[in-house]
Design a protein around this ligand. Structure first.
Ligand code: CA
Length: 422
């Protein structure tokens, strides 16, 4: 089937962007990127010059992008594009296509071996299966389970979701949610009851953390917030304001920095997103108070300063962020890595920030922004098995200005200037 009629840049323009970029393309600045094997078209990106040197041509997303070949997993089964999916010409390109519409505060995304994904909805506690089959509006969206223990309020609700690294065999999922008394992590198989494996994470109307994901070491990482109790972030005995590392049974992982403790790093205010790069370095995005939002490289036992400091402090007791933004430009939630790029989705900033990593895990050049004000508030960001990024809007979260088809799931593909020809 074909995608909807293409009026690029209009049909999906967010109301907050009445005088946004022209109908076809949006220009943004991004590091020069090129495709390289084994992903001959767009999958792997490699920086060749500093991040601020090249213009990136951004095509808005009303047509459906052609799925890219994927040696590692099945790509989404998207409709055939009815028009070129990306703007032509020289220079680097990123293309956004709308994968799904009509969601409500999509928060976590976990890809499954069949190329589809499970997506949590924060406020109604539902788990949606998105794809791999397509429907009239993109990928088919089907509610598959509601977590009835979820007590959604404020920033709390059904938050992160992670699939077991051996999901194809064990069909096991992990979810992070706000319950009546706490935030907790539970294990479940679809259709079954969730079994809590880690409870007692502080909850509040704000700063509930919620990130969940398996690291390259096979351990389950959990990011929490201070739940408004600032001192908890520096208290090793509290689960608040931490990144935790546990086994799939909820026990502290072997090799954690504190004996019999799930704490992996501390001094966090509110971390909702984290990821690992190709060199297995961990990064997390952090909401600041009212000055600096941070990207931190996370190390075992690292202390990231909250509430003593915010942003770069040069205080030897604490680890400084690798980059920071004013909260008005950022307030970012999801974080994903694709090859050398680190991408975070921002709520108040209504954009993606794209960072290019060096071999040592520092930033090359300055972060670049994409999609600014185009889709409203952005939250979930996840790297799909086909090398694209999935991005969820968050315009129904009570702080946004929803468009008729919000919330949306987007697919973002970065392409080199030799994309499709190398
Ligand atoms: Ca900090």
């Amino acid at each position: 089937m074909s995608g909807p009629p293409v009026t690029a840049g209009r049909a999906h323009r967010h109301p907050s962007d009445p005088d946004g970029p022209g109908p076809a393309v949006q220009r943004a600045t991004l590091g020069r990127v090129r495709a390289r094997p084994p992903y001959p078209r767009v999958r792997r990106l490699r920086a060749t010059v500093a991040a601020s040197c090249a213009a990136l041509l951004f095509a808005s997303g009303c047509s459906f992008g052609e799925p890219e070949p994927d040696p590692a997993g099945e790509p989404p089964n998207l409709p055939t594009p009815s028009a070129p999916a990306s703007a032509g010409g020289a220079g680097q390109q990123a293309v956004a296509t709308v994968l799904a519409k009509g969601l409500r505060v999509p928060w976590g995304i976990a890809f499954l071996p069949d190329g589809g994904a499970l997506v949590t909805e924060r406020d109604n506690g539902r788990i949606l299966q998105v794809g791999p089959e397509s429907g009239p509006d993109g990928l088919r969206v089907r509610p598959v389970q509601t977590i009835t223990e979820v007590a959604a309020a404020g920033e709390g609700g059904l938050l992160g979701i992670a699939a077991s690294p051996s999901y194809a065999q064990d069909r096991t999922l992990f979810v992070y949610y706000t319950a009546a008394q706490d935030n907790r992590v539970a294990r479940l198989q679809l259709g079954g009851q969730p079994t809590p494996i880690l409870t007692g994470i502080p909850k509040a109307n704000v700063h509930n953390g919620g990130g969940l994901g398996f690291g390259p070491d096979g351990q389950l990482y959990v990011s929490t917030g201070d739940a408004g109790e600032r001192p908890s972030s520096q208290d090793v005995k509290s689960l608040g304001g931490k990144i935790l590392r546990i086994t799939p049974d909820g026990k502290p992982s072997a090799g954690n920095p504190y004996p019999n403790s799930p704490v992996w790093s501390l001094g966090h205010r509110n971390v909702q997103g984290f990821t690992w790069d190709a060199a297995k370095r961990m990064y997390a995005v952090e909401f600041g108070q009212n000055t600096w939002d941070e990207i931190n490289q996370i190390t075992k036992g690292g202390n990231y300063g909250w509430p003593e400091v915010e942003g770069r402090a040069g205080d030897r007791r604490f680890t400084d962020p690798i980059t920071q933004w004013a909260t008005s430009d950022a307030s970012c939630s999801g974080l994903a890595a694709t090859d050398r790029l680190l991408v975070t989705g921002c709520l108040r900033g209504k954009r993606l920030w794209v960072m290019e990593l060096t071999d040592t895990g520092t930033l090359l050049g300055q972060p670049s922004e994409l999609l600014t004000n185009r889709y409203g508030r952005l939250r979930a960001v996840a790297a799909a098995p086909d090398g694209s990024l999935w991005v969820g809007t968050s315009n129904h979260d009570g702080r946004g200005d929803p468009a008729g088809d919000d919330d949306r799931l987007l697919r973002v593909v970065f392409a080199g200037d030799d994309g499709g020809r190398s």
